[in-house]
Design a protein around this ligand. Structure first.
Ligand code: ATP
Ligand code: MG
Length: 221
């Protein structure tokens, strides 16, 4: 598997320098990636003055598969990591400021973002901005080592819809300045299953890959 990871590109100039330029990280299942993810990453990247935004597809998104808990978090099967990784690459490849890091796909077991943040620190990336949507922020207390996550990275949260109330009374959590993009992967999957269009909601290459591999055809997919 070709690695389009951050250890193989121009970011190397800033490693070993904890006070170096910020690195924006967007973790997710990306099943599939959509314009909400791309706008989130680009707005955060510019807002924080980061040369690059790095997408981190989860190998085993255990909050969705339930693999690290006694019962599944949802009844849905998450698409194979290889598909989600390729979709993420296709979605991001036209932006030279976007990178895809496949370390969570290559790692065995449930994907814990805290492990990724620890690794990046060990590699000299000490200025991390971890970007999440408001739903993910609410779920953060259920993640592995939430306090350590907050020690290792600045948290930046985006509102996913105008109605979302952000329960952020914490000056250490930044708000991502982005327009509301009312798209979710759940909505994309449902549209594909129902035969409704996803054009303009996902990059054209993502739409083509979904069709070519017959992804999300059944509502349970
Ligand atoms: P699903 O509906 O399957 O949960 P999703 O659209 O939420 O998918 P994820 O891969 O779960 O996509 O999300 C990755 C990250 O992107 C999360 O932090 C999520 O909150 C955020 N995100 C997803 N969609 C948006 C959006 N439209 N606007 C802002 N942030 C978003
Ligand atoms: Mg989600």
């Amino acid at each position: 598997m070709a690695v389009q990871g951050i250890r193989h590109n121009a970011l190397d100039a800033s490693v070993n320098s904890p006070s170096g330029p910020p690195l924006v990280l967007v973790g997710g299942t990306f099943d599939p990636p959509h314009l909400g993810h791309l706008v989130l990453a680009e707005c955060a990247r510019v807002q924080f003055g980061a040369p690059f935004a790095v997408f981190l597809p989860a190998g085993d998104p255990w909050r969705k598969t339930g693999s690290a808990t006694s019962r599944p978090a949802s009844g849905r099967t998450v698409s194979a990591a290889g598909h989600r990784l390729e979709l993420t690459r296709l979605a991001t490849c036209d932006n030279t400021r976007f990178r895809v890091d496949d370390r969570e796909v290559r790692r065995h077991g449930p994907s814990y973002i805290v492990d990724t943040l620890e690794e990046l620190h060990r590699e000299g990336q000490g200025n991390l901005v971890f970007v999440i949507g408001s739903d993910a922020l609410e779920d953060l207390p259920n993640w592995k080592a939430p306090d350590r996550i907050r020690e290792l990275a600045t948290l930046a949260v985006a509102r996913k819809s105008p109605g979302t109330q952000l329960a952020v009374h914490d000056s250490q959590i930044a708000i991502v300045d982005m327009p509301f993009i009312g798209i979710s992967s759940t909505e994309i999957r449902a549209r594909v299953a129902a035969g409704r269009p996803i054009r303009y909601l996902v990059p054209a290459a993502v739409e083509a890959y979904i069709a070519e591999h017959s992804l999300y055809r059944s509502p349970a997919d």
